[in-house]
Design a binder for this molecule. Structure first.
Ligand code: TTP
Length: 393
């Protein structure tokens, strides 16, 4: 079966991280987010991946090329992000036979993707506590009877997880009218399939929709914890690596460093001397974490430097960020309330008691900058030496 993977979206909620990198290409453990989706599809038996690209699409094409893990990759370019059904329709000429559709910014438990493919026509669902916030499936025994968006009286607690296995006939049903929010939605295609076919609900044990920056942290928590200990880089005898730590070939860990796994130190990165890395942290390619720096539960992207005397907790640092000596991140409020973050101009709760900062690519902080919890520093932003930064910039 072919798998159509949607990766054309603009990722507006995850800005500034998506300012120049499409969300599906943001780092999750040792590969881009969308590579985990594609891996799950290939493991489930996909014989071709059709990637729908659009926003910053060339980055996706450059990474995957024409073949990935011996499976051919083809591309459909969606020039206007007019919705998920519109995205699949862009790939229509690639579709012959039954086909799967997966979101390129979702992590699915791989066993469920297997079952999705086996039970075509099928849709993945996840049991949630608050179904009112989701598209909810109604079911009758082993069959899906309908789907309703954010219902006030949910028929089940099964939220639609955005993974479908469609029969070939669904190819003819991809042109759907605009929904209330002005998009052509894949759920309307699902509704047509439900009318004509028996659609099996496949329940996921675990699922994550990566829409906002803290969800990128959660994605890394999930996938870094899946890694097994592997030390291929240069590690000083005076460093102490505990648990499932991966040091890739070409990475350097200097004396006095303590790493508590799970943690991933990618090729070209340097850690130490005397640094402390813990709690599902990713140190990206060519990044540098220097003397007396503690990094906890964070994503430090490619080329970023936190070189001297800093604390970085529960944060996402984009590419080529430079934290001046003594820059410290606060990740907890004195009143213990959940940390809020600005998404598309609105302050929303992250649902996390601990959350630090999100720094776009190229951010530079002056020495001794003090950064408040839930702070967003946009691409290229700077702070002054000794500044206490409490407002997004
Ligand atoms: P969304 O998460 O709804 O959109 P997005 O990824 O652009 O993010 P944001 O809402 O923050 O702007 O999209 C769900 C999936 O579908 C995701 O993998 C992107 C993909 N998609 C397309 O490929 N084309 C589209 O026109 C839309 C709307 C989404």
């Amino acid at each position: 079966m072919k798998a159509v993977v949607l990766a054309a979206g603009q990722g507006t909620r995850i800005r500034p991280l998506s300012d120049s990198i499409p969300k599906p290409m943001l780092p999750v453990a040792d590969r881009p987010l969308v590579a985990h989706t594609i891996d799950a599809a290939i493991d489930a038996g996909a014989d071709e991946i059709v990637l729908v690209i659009g926003y910053e699409g060339e980055t996706v094409r450059d990474y995957f090329g024409d073949e990935y893990r011996d499976v051919p990759i083809s591309y459909a370019v969606q020039t206007e992000q007019a919705g998920t059904a519109h995205a699949v329709n862009t790939a229509r000429e690639h579709i012959d036979g039954p086909f799967a559709v997966l979101n390129g910014d979702n992590l699915y438990d791989p066993a469920a993707v297997d079952r999705l493919f086996e039970h075509c026509p099928a849709v993945c669902a996840i049991a949630v506590d608050e179904p009112r916030n989701y598209g909810v499936l109604s079911t009758d025994g082993d069959s899906v009877t309908g789907i309703v968006e954010k219902p006030s009286e949910p028929p089940t607690n099964l939220a639609n997880a955005g993974a479908y296995a469609f029969p070939e006939r669904a190819r003819e049903w991809l042109e759907v009218p605009e929904s209330e929010r002005g998009e052509h939605e894949i759920t309307d295609v699902l509704a047509s399939v439900i009318e004509e076919f028996d659609v099996t609900p496949v329940t996921l044990d675990r699922w994550l929709d990566v829409g906002r920056p803290w969800e990128l942290l959660e994605a890394n928590e999930w996938k870094i914890a899946d890694l097994d200990r592997r030390i291929d880089g240069r590690v000083s005898d005076d460093a102490h690596l505990e648990g499932d730590v991966v040091v890739e070939e070409g990475a350097t860990v200097k004396p006095g460093v303590v790493v508590e796994g799970p943690a991933l130190i990618r090729s070209g990165a340097t850690v130490g001397p005397n640094a402390y890395v813990r709690g599902a942290t990713l140190i990206g390619e060519d990044a540098s974490v220097g003397h007396a720096v503690e990094v906890k539960n964070s994503v430090v992207s490619r080329g970023t430097s936190v070189s001297h005397l800093s604390y970085v907790g529960d944060s996402v640092l984009g590419r080529d960020v430079n934290f001046g000596a003594g820059t410290n991140v606060a990740n907890l409020r004195h009143d213990d309330a959940d940390i809020k973050f600005t998404v598309k101009g609105e302050r929303v709760s992250t649902g996390r008691r601990k959350f630090g900062v999100v720094a776009g690519d190229g951010v530079k902080t002056g020495i001794n900058s003090s950064l408040s919890p839930g702070l967003k520093l946009t691409t290229g932003a700077t702070t002054r030496p000794g500044e206490s930064v409490e407002r997004d910039r």
